[in-house]
Design a protein around this ligand. Structure first.
Ligand code: HEC
Length: 193
Protein backbone atom coordinates (compact mmCIF):
# COMPACT_ATOMS: atom_id res chain seq x y z
CA UNK A 1 0.00 0.00 0.00
CA UNK A 2 1.60 3.31 -1.10
CA UNK A 3 1.87 6.12 1.36
CA UNK A 4 -0.21 8.36 -0.90
CA UNK A 5 -3.05 5.82 -0.79
CA UNK A 6 -2.75 5.63 3.00
CA UNK A 7 -3.04 9.40 3.26
CA UNK A 8 -6.14 9.43 1.05
CA UNK A 9 -7.67 6.53 2.99
CA UNK A 10 -6.99 8.26 6.31
CA UNK A 11 -8.52 11.47 5.00
CA UNK A 12 -11.61 9.52 3.91
CA UNK A 13 -11.98 7.95 7.35
CA UNK A 14 -11.72 11.36 8.99
CA UNK A 15 -14.32 12.75 6.57
CA UNK A 16 -16.63 9.77 7.12
CA UNK A 17 -16.27 10.14 10.89
CA UNK A 18 -17.17 13.80 10.65
CA UNK A 19 -20.31 12.81 8.76
CA UNK A 20 -21.47 9.90 10.89
CA UNK A 21 -20.10 11.14 14.19
CA UNK A 22 -17.80 8.29 15.28
CA UNK A 23 -15.19 9.27 17.86
CA UNK A 24 -17.41 12.22 18.66
CA UNK A 25 -15.43 14.63 20.86
CA UNK A 26 -18.49 16.62 22.01
CA UNK A 27 -18.10 17.03 25.79
CA UNK A 28 -20.86 15.24 27.62
CA UNK A 29 -23.15 16.25 30.45
CA UNK A 30 -22.11 14.42 33.61
CA UNK A 31 -23.80 14.08 36.98
CA UNK A 32 -22.12 16.22 39.64
CA UNK A 33 -22.19 16.76 43.37
CA UNK A 34 -24.03 20.08 43.67
CA UNK A 35 -21.76 21.28 46.50
CA UNK A 36 -19.27 22.10 43.73
CA UNK A 37 -21.83 24.49 42.21
CA UNK A 38 -23.46 26.03 45.29
CA UNK A 39 -24.35 29.44 43.86
CA UNK A 40 -25.81 28.04 40.62
CA UNK A 41 -27.72 25.49 42.67
CA UNK A 42 -29.18 28.32 44.78
CA UNK A 43 -30.21 30.16 41.59
CA UNK A 44 -31.88 26.98 40.30
CA UNK A 45 -33.76 26.56 43.61
CA UNK A 46 -34.96 30.17 43.60
CA UNK A 47 -36.26 29.81 40.04
CA UNK A 48 -37.96 26.51 40.92
CA UNK A 49 -39.64 28.09 43.96
CA UNK A 50 -40.85 31.05 41.89
CA UNK A 51 -42.36 28.79 39.20
CA UNK A 52 -43.91 26.40 41.73
CA UNK A 53 -45.56 29.12 43.81
CA UNK A 54 -46.93 31.04 40.83
CA UNK A 55 -48.35 27.86 39.27
CA UNK A 56 -50.05 26.82 42.50
CA UNK A 57 -51.41 30.36 43.00
CA UNK A 58 -52.97 30.58 39.53
CA UNK A 59 -54.24 27.00 39.57
CA UNK A 60 -55.83 27.39 42.99
CA UNK A 61 -57.54 30.62 41.89
CA UNK A 62 -58.79 28.97 38.69
CA UNK A 63 -60.38 25.96 40.38
CA UNK A 64 -61.54 27.80 43.54
CA UNK A 65 -65.13 27.84 42.31
CA UNK A 66 -64.99 24.17 41.29
CA UNK A 67 -64.43 24.84 37.60
CA UNK A 68 -61.86 22.12 36.92
CA UNK A 69 -62.17 22.47 33.14
CA UNK A 70 -61.15 26.13 33.49
CA UNK A 71 -58.17 24.99 35.57
CA UNK A 72 -57.09 22.78 32.70
CA UNK A 73 -57.23 25.65 30.21
CA UNK A 74 -55.26 27.82 32.63
CA UNK A 75 -52.64 25.07 33.06
CA UNK A 76 -52.36 24.64 29.33
CA UNK A 77 -52.04 28.30 28.41
CA UNK A 78 -50.44 29.80 31.53
CA UNK A 79 -47.83 27.18 32.51
CA UNK A 80 -45.49 27.89 29.54
CA UNK A 81 -45.95 31.68 29.90
CA UNK A 82 -45.15 31.61 33.63
CA UNK A 83 -42.08 29.44 32.96
CA UNK A 84 -40.86 31.95 30.39
CA UNK A 85 -41.33 34.86 32.78
CA UNK A 86 -39.48 33.08 35.61
CA UNK A 87 -36.70 32.15 33.17
CA UNK A 88 -36.18 35.81 32.25
CA UNK A 89 -36.29 37.03 35.85
CA UNK A 90 -33.74 34.48 37.08
CA UNK A 91 -31.49 34.19 34.01
CA UNK A 92 -32.21 30.47 33.55
CA UNK A 93 -34.12 28.08 31.32
CA UNK A 94 -36.85 26.22 33.20
CA UNK A 95 -39.71 23.81 32.65
CA UNK A 96 -41.69 20.89 34.03
CA UNK A 97 -41.41 17.35 32.85
CA UNK A 98 -42.37 13.79 33.77
CA UNK A 99 -41.74 10.13 33.02
CA UNK A 100 -45.51 10.07 32.27
CA UNK A 101 -46.27 13.18 30.29
CA UNK A 102 -49.57 14.88 29.81
CA UNK A 103 -48.27 17.36 27.23
CA UNK A 104 -45.60 15.84 24.96
CA UNK A 105 -44.01 19.30 24.53
CA UNK A 106 -42.95 19.06 28.20
CA UNK A 107 -40.34 16.48 27.22
CA UNK A 108 -37.12 17.03 29.20
CA UNK A 109 -33.82 18.25 27.74
CA UNK A 110 -31.46 15.49 26.59
CA UNK A 111 -29.18 15.67 29.69
CA UNK A 112 -32.11 14.75 31.94
CA UNK A 113 -33.65 11.83 30.04
CA UNK A 114 -31.71 9.01 31.72
CA UNK A 115 -32.35 10.32 35.24
CA UNK A 116 -36.04 10.77 34.42
CA UNK A 117 -36.37 7.17 33.28
CA UNK A 118 -34.78 6.12 36.62
CA UNK A 119 -37.61 8.01 38.37
CA UNK A 120 -35.91 8.60 41.74
CA UNK A 121 -37.62 11.22 43.91
CA UNK A 122 -34.47 13.18 44.76
CA UNK A 123 -32.78 16.29 43.33
CA UNK A 124 -30.04 15.52 40.81
CA UNK A 125 -27.48 17.83 39.24
CA UNK A 126 -25.59 17.65 35.95
CA UNK A 127 -23.00 19.79 34.21
CA UNK A 128 -22.24 20.41 30.57
CA UNK A 129 -18.56 19.61 30.03
CA UNK A 130 -18.28 22.30 27.35
CA UNK A 131 -19.75 25.48 28.82
CA UNK A 132 -20.31 24.40 32.45
CA UNK A 133 -24.06 25.00 32.37
CA UNK A 134 -25.65 23.45 35.46
CA UNK A 135 -28.67 21.21 34.87
CA UNK A 136 -30.87 20.69 37.94
CA UNK A 137 -33.76 18.26 38.42
CA UNK A 138 -36.12 18.77 41.37
CA UNK A 139 -38.78 16.15 42.06
CA UNK A 140 -42.50 17.10 42.14
CA UNK A 141 -44.69 14.95 44.39
CA UNK A 142 -48.43 14.73 43.93
CA UNK A 143 -50.51 16.62 46.50
CA UNK A 144 -54.11 15.77 47.48
CA UNK A 145 -55.36 18.80 45.50
CA UNK A 146 -53.87 17.36 42.29
CA UNK A 147 -55.97 14.18 42.05
CA UNK A 148 -58.96 15.86 40.35
CA UNK A 149 -56.73 16.11 37.26
CA UNK A 150 -53.98 13.48 37.84
CA UNK A 151 -55.59 10.87 40.11
CA UNK A 152 -57.19 7.48 39.59
CA UNK A 153 -60.17 7.22 37.27
CA UNK A 154 -62.72 7.43 40.10
CA UNK A 155 -61.02 10.55 41.56
CA UNK A 156 -60.86 12.55 38.33
CA UNK A 157 -63.45 15.30 38.09
CA UNK A 158 -65.94 14.44 35.32
CA UNK A 159 -65.25 17.84 33.70
CA UNK A 160 -61.52 17.03 33.79
CA UNK A 161 -62.03 13.77 31.93
CA UNK A 162 -63.71 15.38 28.95
CA UNK A 163 -61.36 18.40 28.85
CA UNK A 164 -58.32 16.12 29.11
CA UNK A 165 -59.43 13.83 26.30
CA UNK A 166 -60.12 16.89 24.14
CA UNK A 167 -56.77 18.68 24.75
CA UNK A 168 -54.46 15.74 25.56
CA UNK A 169 -55.39 12.66 23.51
CA UNK A 170 -52.09 10.95 24.51
CA UNK A 171 -52.34 11.81 28.23
CA UNK A 172 -50.27 9.48 30.44
CA UNK A 173 -50.57 11.63 33.58
CA UNK A 174 -53.51 10.07 35.44
CA UNK A 175 -53.59 7.22 37.98
CA UNK A 176 -51.31 8.98 40.52
CA UNK A 177 -51.92 9.01 44.32
CA UNK A 178 -50.89 11.72 46.81
CA UNK A 179 -47.21 11.30 47.66
CA UNK A 180 -46.35 9.71 44.29
CA UNK A 181 -43.51 11.11 42.21
CA UNK A 182 -45.38 13.04 39.51
CA UNK A 183 -42.43 14.58 37.68
CA UNK A 184 -39.67 17.20 37.95
CA UNK A 185 -38.84 20.83 37.53
CA UNK A 186 -35.75 21.05 35.35
CA UNK A 187 -33.55 24.18 35.38
CA UNK A 188 -30.49 25.11 33.33
CA UNK A 189 -28.23 27.73 34.93
CA UNK A 190 -25.39 29.16 32.82
CA UNK A 191 -21.95 29.65 34.37
CA UNK A 192 -21.96 33.15 35.82
CA UNK A 193 -18.26 34.09 35.56
C1 HEC B 1 -57.16 21.61 36.89
C2 HEC B 1 -56.44 20.42 36.54
C3 HEC B 1 -55.06 20.23 37.08
C4 HEC B 1 -54.68 20.20 38.41
C5 HEC B 1 -55.56 20.41 39.64
C6 HEC B 1 -53.26 19.89 38.41
N1 HEC B 1 -52.79 19.73 37.14
FE1 HEC B 1 -50.90 19.20 36.58
N2 HEC B 1 -51.39 19.44 34.66
C7 HEC B 1 -52.65 19.79 34.20
C8 HEC B 1 -52.57 20.06 32.78
C9 HEC B 1 -53.71 20.48 31.87
C10 HEC B 1 -51.21 19.88 32.41
C11 HEC B 1 -50.58 20.06 31.05
C12 HEC B 1 -50.06 21.49 30.96
C13 HEC B 1 -49.40 21.79 29.65
O1 HEC B 1 -50.07 21.66 28.60
O2 HEC B 1 -48.19 22.16 29.68
C14 HEC B 1 -50.51 19.50 33.62
C15 HEC B 1 -49.16 19.24 33.65
C16 HEC B 1 -48.46 18.93 34.77
C17 HEC B 1 -47.04 18.65 34.81
C18 HEC B 1 -46.07 18.77 33.63
C19 HEC B 1 -45.68 17.49 32.98
C20 HEC B 1 -46.68 16.92 31.99
O3 HEC B 1 -47.13 15.81 32.26
O4 HEC B 1 -47.01 17.56 30.96
C21 HEC B 1 -46.73 18.38 36.10
C22 HEC B 1 -45.35 18.01 36.65
C23 HEC B 1 -47.95 18.50 36.87
N3 HEC B 1 -48.99 18.83 36.04
C24 HEC B 1 -48.05 18.33 38.24
C25 HEC B 1 -49.17 18.70 38.99
C26 HEC B 1 -49.20 18.74 40.43
C27 HEC B 1 -48.05 18.35 41.34
C28 HEC B 1 -50.44 19.19 40.79
C29 HEC B 1 -50.96 19.50 42.18
C30 HEC B 1 -50.21 20.52 42.92
C31 HEC B 1 -51.19 19.40 39.58
N4 HEC B 1 -50.39 19.10 38.51
C32 HEC B 1 -52.52 19.81 39.55
C33 HEC B 1 -53.81 19.86 34.93
C34 HEC B 1 -53.86 19.94 36.31
Amino acid sequence: MGSRFKTVAAACIVAACALIGCGDKTPEWTEIDASTAASRRATAERARDALASELVRELTAAIANGDVAKGITVCKSRAPAIAEQVAKQHGVTIGRTSMRLRNPTNRAPQWATKAIAQAEAKPRFFEDGADKTLGALFPILLGPQCVVCHGKDEELAPAAKSALSEHYPDDQATGFSPGDLRGWFWVEVPRSD
